[in-house]
Ligand binder design. Structure first.
Ligand code: KG4
Ligand code: ZN
Length: 340
C-alpha cells in the first residue's frame, strides 16, 4: 500500500521538499529560499539559482524526511516539478528525483508547476473544488484556466507582457524596496492612499481574458521620477508619496486581477474559483476576491498563505498522476516553457 509521496520543487529560486500522505495531508514542507542571493540583482539570476539548488537539494530532502518522521524506505512515489521554470533550476530537482527513484526503486511522476499552484487549493479544501476556474498569479504567471479536473487545464487567458508578481517586483525596485517586492509593496501600501494616483486598469473592459502590466509599471516609474525628456518636474519621492504610489499601483493591479476573474466565471459558468501563486498571499487581493465571490455567489478557494509562494507541498498533485497511472520514465526531461 503506497501511503507517502515525496515532492520536490526547484522551478525558480526556492529549493523545496515535502512529504504528503494519500489523504493529501502535509506531513512536512521545507522551503529554502535564495532571496538573499538574488536581492542585490533585483531579480532571480538563473545561474546563481541552479548552483544554490545543487547545494541545498539534499539537505532540504533530508530535513523534509526527518520532519515527517519517515525514511526513504517508506516513500511510495516521488513527485517533481518538471515544467515550466528555469531550465537549470528544474534540472537539479529532476536529477535528484530520478536518482532517488532509480536507487530506491520508487515510481516517479512529473508535475506541472502551474497546476500545482492551483492544487494548493485542493490540498486545503478537498477534492470537490474541481471543476473550477483556476487563476495562477505569481512572479512568472498571470494565467486563467478552465479546470475540468486538477490535471485538465484549458488556458482562458494570460498576460501579454509582465506577470502580476513581476510588476510588484519591478515597482518595488522603482520605490527602492527589496526583492521580492510583493510583500514590501503590500506593507508600504498599508500607509498610502489607493486613490492618490489614478493608474489605468489595462483591458479591464476588454472582452478578451488578457492582461498587461508593463504599462502600469511604466506609469509608476514616470509618476515617481518624471517623464524622460519632459520639463515638468515631479515632487520629491517622500515616504508618503512612495506609500501613495504603492497603494495606487496595488489598487490598479488588484482591480484588473479580480475583474478578469469575474469575467472568466461569467464566461465559463463555473461556480468555483481557485486562486494560487505568490501574489495570492496579498491581503488586499484576497479581500477583493472575497467581495467579488460574495457578490457573484460563487465558491472561492484561495491557497493558504504559506502555500501561495513556491513550495513542494502543492506537489501533492503528484498523487493525481499516480492514481491515473501517469508515471514518468527515467529519460523524462524538463520543459522550461509553459505547455498550454
Ligand atoms: O509563486 P511564486 O513564489 O513564484 C513563481 O512561481 O513565480 O511567486 C513569487 C511572486 C513574486 O513576484 C512576489 O513579489 C509575489 O509573488 N508576492 C506577492 C506577495 N507575496 C509574494 N505579491 C504581492 N503581495 C504579496 N504579499
Ligand atoms: Zn510558482
Amino acid at each position: 500500500m503506497t501511503t507517502l509521496l515525496l515532492s520536490l520543487e526547484t522551478s525558480c529560486d526556492e529549493t523545496a521538499a515535502a512529504v504528503v500522505d494519500r489523504e493529501r495531508r502535509v506531513l512536512s514542507s521545507v522551503v529554502a529560499t535564495q532571496h538573499e542571493l538574488h536581492e542585490r540583482f533585483g531579480g532571480v539570476v538563473p545561474e546563481i539559482a541552479s548552483r544554490a539548488h545543487l547545494e541545498r537539494i539534499l539537505p532540504v530532502i533530508d530535513t523534509a524526511l526527518k520532519q515527517a518522521g519517515v525514511t526513504l524506505s517508506e516513500i511510495g512515489v516521488i513527485s517533481v516539478a518538471t515544467y515550466p521554470g528555469l531550465v537549470g533550476s528544474l534540472l537539479v530537482g529532476l536529477t535528484a528525483a530520478k536518482s532517488l527513484a532509480l536507487a530506491c526503486d520508487i515510481p516517479l511522476v512529473a508535475v506541472n508547476h502551474v497546476a500545482a499552484h492551483l492544487y494548493a487549493c485542493r490540498m486545503a479544501a478537498g477534492p470537490d473544488v474541481f471543476p473550477a476556474v483556476g487563476f495562477v498569479v505569481s512572479g512568472g504567471h498571470t494565467h486563467l484556466y478552465d479546470c475540468e479536473s486538477p490535471v485538465d487545464l484549458k488556458l482562458l487567458g494570460c498576460t501579454l507582457d509582465d506577470a502580476a508578481g513581476e510588476a510588484f517586483d519591478k515597482v518595488a525596485q522603482i520605490l527602492g524596496l527589496e526583492y521580492p517586492g510583493g510583500p514590501q509593496i503590500e506593507r508600504l501600501a498599508a500607509n498610502g492612499n489607493p486613490a492618490a494616483f489614478s493608474f489605468a486598469r489595462s483591458f479591464l473592459n476588454d472582452e478578451e481574458l488578457r492582461f498587461s502590466f508593463s504599462g502600469l509599471k511604466t506609469a509608476v516609474l514616470y509618476a515617481a521620477r518624471g517623464i524622460p525628456g519632459s520639463r515638468e518636474t515631479v515632487p520629491p519621492l517622500t515616504d508618503q508619496r512612495k506609500a501613495d504610489l504603492a497603494a495606487s499601483f496595488q489598487a490598479a493591479a488588484v482591480d484588473v486581477l479580480v475583474g478578469k476573474c469575474a469575467q472568466a466565471l461569467r464566461l465559463t459558468g463555473r461556480r468555483t474559483l481557485c486562486v494560487g501563486g505568490g501574489v495570492a498571499a496579498n491581503g488586499v487581493f484576497r479581500a477583493a476576491l472575497e467581495r467579488m465571490a460574495k457578490s457573484l455567489d460563487i465558491r472561492l478557494v484561495i491557497a493558504p498563505r504559506d502555500f501561495c509562494t513556491d513550495n513542494a507541498a502543492m506537489g501533492g498533485l503528484g498523487w493525481e498522476l499516480f492514481e491515473r497511472g501517469d508515471f514518468a520514465a527515467l529519460d523524462t526531461d524538463v520543459t522550461p516553457g509553459l505547455m498550454r
